[in-house]
Design a protein around this ligand. Structure first.
Ligand code: GDP
Ligand code: GDP
Length: 470
């Protein structure tokens, strides 16, 4: 049994109005924009990815933190909030420099002092205030030297995050091959901005020969464990209850046909500390971490229940992550033809932002449809790791533009010169030219459809970026 390294989790904690969501937005800013283009996507803005340099981490905004000191703080806290705190690697506790210390701050501090994990105290809204004056009274909370920050202006946020991550191992190497951190500007450094660089056509054919990292995600009771058992055959999935940090995931290697897979297990939830004993079996953070750590996600849904907000949230995370996806509808056994039709319709509507993914129906319990799941996973993996040569990309780009030129924006007509690949899993296509800022979303979708069609990119999201020379 191997373990893999998850992205560390930073939880933002504090009473209402101290600036948690402002800080969250600042930390996850670059990622938020990626999702805006998917119509119909329910976004849960409580979870996001941040980066400090090339170090990725997950941020959780525990928005609902409203402890009431009735039977003790913990009792009244929202369950997901408890869980987020219990699963975080570092906690940033925000207080308000302008409002000063409140009774609630004291309650939260008392709780955080007991959880045995690093807690950083961030005194927010401190812009324009003298450092000593802004943080002085907060020493009383007994959580060490406070950081003076301004979430809305950005002051002190870099220092705060550097300190937060200094408590954790650097996992950037494990995520270095993802598109989000790939440098995509090496072409321009050649000094020739107008012509596509020469490249051999031979580099085009891709053999995805490394292990396929697979995560099976879905809300509780959709049948994840049953599907895992069906995939692994006789091997049982043990409920792991090992001490350790949430950064370690359980990896289960298995072979099927001529392919090697590694299943990233989300079930092994562990307790962390005495304060939070009632941690639920299902964990949003675990799900997110597994999605981040895999290449292909199997999004499992239950045909015998309606699609819930929770399903849509998980689907949202999947899209945001850029991972390849196979949508699998489980419990297809024993359904009337009418119900099947209705489920399909509902899915197509609610998950239209996943239209690039294959949708399969199975019965994990009866072992029906399982080989098709792995075939779809293989195909999605292959598409996600496609290598697209600059000459071919450029040819497809030119054909697409010839057939339908991008509309003018003001006095400029965008000019598309060439395209090169800037990353994999998901494939990133960087289009170079002039006046590309004016390219509309609908034209971008048109290009995406063309690239998808020619390069057979089913099962993976595709990202297109425009780079203007001037
Ligand atoms: P949350 O309830 O903890 O998520 O707090 P919000 O992020 O919604 O912020 C509450 C209010 O404080 C909003 O009006 C923000 O604009 C404001 N705010 C947040 N950060 C700062 C800051 O650094 N400086 C100032 N002056 N106001 C801030
Ligand atoms: P998990 O919480 O997602 O891991 O879900 P489980 O694998 O524990 O399954 C939840 C329940 O659904 C169990 O009672 C399973 O027997 C049942 N179940 C799983 N797959 C199927 C299926 O294909 N058909 C039917 N009818 N029930 C299933």
């Amino acid at each position: 049994m191997k373990q893999t390294t998850f992205k560390p989790v930073v939880a933002l904690v504090g009473r209402a109005n101290v600036g948690k969501s402002t800080l969250f937005n600042r930390l996850t800013r670059s990622r938020a924009a990626l999702v805006a283009n998917f119509p119909g996507l329910t976004r849960d803005r409580h979870y996001g990815e941040g980066r400090l340099g090339d170090r990725p981490y997950l941020v959780v905004d525990t928005g609902g933190f409203e402890p009431v000191a009735k039977e003790g703080v913990v009792v009244e806290m929202a369950r997901q909030t408890q869980q987020a705190i219990a699963e975080a690697d570092v906690i940033i506790f925000l207080v308000d420099a302008r409002a000063g210390i409140s009774a609630q701050d004291h309650d939260i501090a008392a709780l955080l002092r007991r959880i045995g994990r690093p807690v950083l105290l961030a005194v927010n809204k401190a812009e324009g205030m003298r450092h000593a004056a802004s943080v002085m009274e907060f020493h009383e909370l007994g959580l060490g030297e406070p950081f003076a920050i301004s979430a809305s202006h950005g002051d002190g946020v870099g220092e705060l995050m550097a300190d937060a991550l200094s408590h954790l191992p650097d996992v950037s190497a494990a995520y270095a091959d993802q598109a989000s951190v790939l440098a995509d500007d090496e072409v321009e450094q050649e000094g020739n901005e107008q012509e596509a660089p020469a490249e051999s056509e031979e580099a085009t054919e891709e053999v995805a020969d490394h292990r396929i990292k697979l995560a099976i995600v879905g809300r509780p009771n959709v049948g994840k464990s049953t599907l895992v058992n069906a995939l692994l055959g006789e091997e049982r999935v043990i409920a792991f209850d090992m001490p350790g940090t949430t950064r370690d995931a359980i990896e289960i290697p298995f072979e099927k046909g001529d392919k090697s897979y590694t299943l990233i297990d989300t079930a092994g939830l562990r307790r962390r500390g005495k304060v939070f004993e009632a941690i639920e079996k299902f964990s949003v953070i675990k799900t997110l971490q597994a999605i981040e750590a895999c290449n292909v996600v199997v999004l499992l849904l239950d045909a015998q229940a309606d699609i819930s907000d929770q399903d849509a949230h998980i689907a949202g995370f999947v899209v945001e992550s850029g991972r390849a996806v196979v949508v699998v509808i489980n419990k297809w056994d024993g359904l009337s033809a009418e119900r099947r039709e209705r489920v399909r319709k509902e899915l197509e509507h609610k998950l239209r932002f996943l239209s690039f993914a294959q949708i399969l129906t199975i019965s994990a319990l009866k072992g029906q449809g399982i080989p098709a799941v792995l075939r779809a996973v293989n195909a999605a993996h292959k598409a996600a790791f496609s290598k697209l040569s600059t000459p071919r990309l450029t040819r497809v780009l030119h054909d697409a533009v010839a057939q339908q030129p991008p509309p003018r924006k003001g006095i400029f007509r965008p000019k598309m010169r060439y395209a090169h690949q800037g990353g994999q899993n998901p494939p990133l296509i960087v289009v170079h030219g002039n006046a590309l800022e004016g390219v509309s979303d609908s034209y971008k979708r048109y290009l995406e459809a063309r690239f998808r069609e020619v390069f057979k990119l089913d099962g993976t999201p595709l990202r297109i970026e425009f780079k203007s020379s001037h």
